[in-house]
Ligand binder design. Structure first.
Ligand code: ZN
Length: 262
């Protein structure tokens, strides 16, 4: 019978665990949990099933089966302070890396922000791993664990709350990246895709369909435009006052261009 740790007598904040292939001395991942290692282990495998993409889940996915990977408790952290758990994880990540273990952790551990930006190298490596991989069949329809079920409003509210601001401002990985620095720079959307996107927000499908802005909002929009010549460009003036109204003006360069094309 496995020995059970009696934690009732002292403050216990969580466990640091390491992950390695059975028979290999090399750890490939270090994690922390405030629950049990076996529960955390199940969550990691679930992430693989749901094809969440991290170097660690990619590595787990290459394992023959779940039994060939072991989740080893490294340290029981006795404390009443959650931060101590994070500090212990950092210590383990650092120690194992120093000892040459090729950890797949994306961060240096700890309880700080878990967000990270993939380096070009990591991106390429993930691409290499993905190429030629036989994906399990997509979790569609009845195969999907959420089939016929719905997340509760409470759960959705919790998720929404936990995500709030996580992608805003400086927290956004693309914050302050402009021009060639931005991942979408130079991306061209095909006419088919553009038509599809357009179709998806037309008429009743538009989230603003049939709505009008409140007096408050209108006042704000008006204040923001105050002092700026409107419309903001000759091009849009042409569209609004000529194209949309069927008017042709000799004084408008765009009208002249349009006419000379025909
Ligand atoms: Zn015009």
């Amino acid at each position: 019978m496995p020995a059970r740790l009696d934690t009732s007598w002292s403050p216990f904040v969580g466990v640091i665990y390491g992950v390695r292939e059975i028979g290999s001395p090399e750890y490939r991942y270090v994690g922390l949990t405030t629950k049990t290692v076996s529960r955390r282990r199940a969550e990691h495998w679930k992430a693989v099933t749901h094809r969440r993409r991290t170097p660690f889940t990619d590595w787990l996915a290459t394992a023959e089966d779940q039994e060939s990977v072991s989740f080893v408790p490294l340290e029981l952290v006795m404390s009443d302070d959650l931060d101590d758990l994070g500090v212990a994880e950092q210590r383990w990540v650092q120690r194992l890396r120093q000892d040459g273990h090729r950890l797949l952790n994306l961060t240096e551990g700890g309880l700080g922000p878990r967000g990270y930006v993939w380096s070009e190298e990591q991106r390429r490596a993930a691409g290499e791993r993905a190429r030629g991989r036989k994906h399990p069949r997509p979790l569609r329809g009845e195969d999907n664990p959420m089939w016929g079920r719905k997340h509760s409003d409470e759960q959705k509210a919790r998720w929404s709350e936990s995500r709030r601001g996580s992608n805003a401002g400086a927290a956004n990985p693309n914050h302050g990246r402009f021009g060639p620095e931005h991942p979408a720079f130079g991306r061209v959307v095909s006419p088919e895709t553009r038509a599809l996107l357009s179709e998806q927000k037309m008429g009743e499908k538009n989230p603003n369909f049939g709505k009008s802005a409140s007096a408050d909002t209108r006042a704000k929009m008006s204040a923001a435009r105050k002092g700026k010549p409107m419309p903001s460009s000759r091009r849009s003036a042409h569209t609004r006052h000529h194209t949309n109204k069927g008017v042709v003006s000799d004084a408008c360069q765009y009208c002249i261009d349009d006419n000379s094309e025909e």
